[in-house]
Design a binder for this molecule. Structure first.
Ligand code: CIR
Length: 253
């Protein structure tokens, strides 16, 4: 059960954000509207939302998920893998310290992006990606173990982040696609497999038995609803242009 969320408004500089998507640059005004709708959906799911101001220095700073891992026992401030994103953590640490007493940090040479971390009850799957390196995964595992949480690593072959292709919906239900479908790491789950034509929709967000999904992916919507969840569709067109998905836009705890 989540009670709170932290989000950060997109900055005008988002048009210069990191991307591999080749979908053109985002329209800032439309992105703002989509962000507002996202916040409204979080509120509709019962969350108390802290909204941080935009920071023009950091084009990708609206993707707050990458800057922290919020567990029931501690908060871990990450050291993002992309150079241009490292400074984002300062404002996040400040915001998080209003809610957590136990704050830990990933430090150089370790890098971790929160998008690579999937929480399943007390276990954390850590994606080893271009953003999360071996040293980062090691530091994170040690921190989690200190707080009686467990971790295992999954090496990514092509996706940006672990949660680009996986979303845990509680009750053993795992939305899964592409390179992860056949992995033995996820054998024990009830897999809700996202069709190749809808890979982007595999990044969705469970909040207290409702699921936020991206607009425009009818097959995935149907699979998730068939599994018993109410869905809320959100247009993510402008964030998709920056490789960003629904989960990236908030920290939920
Ligand atoms: C980046 O490349 O870092 C941003 N443009 C997108 C980050 C997306 N975050 C996420 O999947 N957790």
């Amino acid at each position: 059960m989540f009670k709170k969320a932290i989000v950060r408004k997109p900055s005008k500089s988002m048009v210069k954000g990191l991307t591999t998507a080749k979908l053109g640059s985002p329209d800032f005004n439309l992105a703002l509207i989509q962000h507002q709708k996202y916040i409204e959906a979080l509120i509709e799911c019962g969350l108390d939302v802290t909204i941080l101001d935009a920071d023009e220095h950091f084009p990708d700073s609206t993707f707050v998920e990458d800057t922290a891992i919020l567990t029931p026992n501690c908060a871990i401030i990450t050291n993002p893998g992309a150079l241009s994103r490292k400074g984002e953590v300062l404002a996040i640490e400040k915001a998080v310290s209003g809610f957590y007493q136990n704050i830990e940090k990933i430090v150089d040479k370790g890098t971790v992006d929160g998008g690579d971390i999937m929480m399943v009850d007390k276990h954390f799957y850590i994606g080893r990606s271009e953003r999360t390196n071996r040293e980062g995964a090691k530091q994170l595992t040690e921190i989690l173990e200190k707080y009686e949480l467990t971790a295992s690593t999954v090496t990514l072959e092509k996706m940006l982040h672990l949660k680009s292709g996986l979303s845990y919906l509680e009750n053993n239900n795992l939305v899964i696609t592409d390179e992860f479908v056949e992995r033995s790491d996820f054998k024990k789950f009830n897999k809700l497999i996202v069709n190749e034509s809808e890979v982007y929709a595999a990044n969705c967000v469970w909040i207290n038995d409702q699921v936020l999904i991206a607009t425009g992916y009818p097959k995935t919507k149907q699979i998730i609803e068939k599994a018993g969840y109410k869905t809320i569709e959100l247009d993510m067109s402008e964030y998709r242009k920056l490789d960003g998905g629904l989960s990236c836009l908030s920290l939920r705890f």
